[in-house]
Ligand binder design. Sequence first.
Ligand code: CP
Length: 296
Amino acid sequence: MENRSLVTIAEHSREKILYMLEMAKEFEAHPNRHILDGKVVATLFFEPSTRTRLSFETAANRLGARVIGFSDPKATSSSKGETLKDTIKMVSNYADIIVMRHHLEGAARYASEVTTVPIVNAGDGANQHPSQTMLDLYSIYKTQVHSLLMAMRHFNPTFHFIAPDELRMPEEYKIYCREHNIKYVEHTDFTEEIIADADILYMTRVQRERFTDLMEYERVKNVYILRNKMLEHTRPNLRILHPLPRVNEIAYDVDDNPKAYYFQQAQNGLYAREAILCDVLGITLDEVKKSKGVIQ
Ligand code: CP
């Protein structure tokens, strides 16, 4: 049987991504539908989350599915020593989809290999977070392009990776860029000159939970802070994205700038995740378009 799990965005072709963006758009127009009536979605969060868990659960609820799961693994039998494999096999008896976040890289891939129930990777440590990528792409699509044809053209961007040496882009990703002719430039300074030509400024949090050496975290945690005055000479179409939560990296005076898009971006997560839940169950865009029975 075909495994329709979403473990990494790398498994999606450009065409499939565009198809998923179309589906998200359809859900944005009508977020409430009975298309998952009778289905059960399990959300297994071994690590903390606000947006990802709640937007997946909202997506399931808005589509008529029921939700089971946990947000604190200490309240489950994994605290008694139950293995991830056994947990996944158990939950597979109860649910039609398993959405899971785990601190171990590769945990979602492993889970997808021990069950036939589709696994949606809601973050596996510092590795992959494909539903975040999908909502990021949907946000870029909505704010920067107005047709799929133009979106195709915009799939050929130049990246400026801005990071201190300790957090520079890992070599494997730079190799990937070179192999796929993706243009990139690396910087250690975060300056107005670099962002002046940008269409998208994607800020991220320095993830304290990924550091084994907290002294190193202290050295880099506040190295870049975006302030409103830095946006004065940026392009009119610039949008500032951030997966959230933020800590200090975007000053609050940016929030009222029309170029700040991170809260709308999080809202787009609902529509992108509605599309993901349907897709992993094999529900097509045509079926979504035809779906009736809007939930009141
Ligand atoms: N962006 C993101 O994954 O947020 P949460 O950790 O709150 O789910």
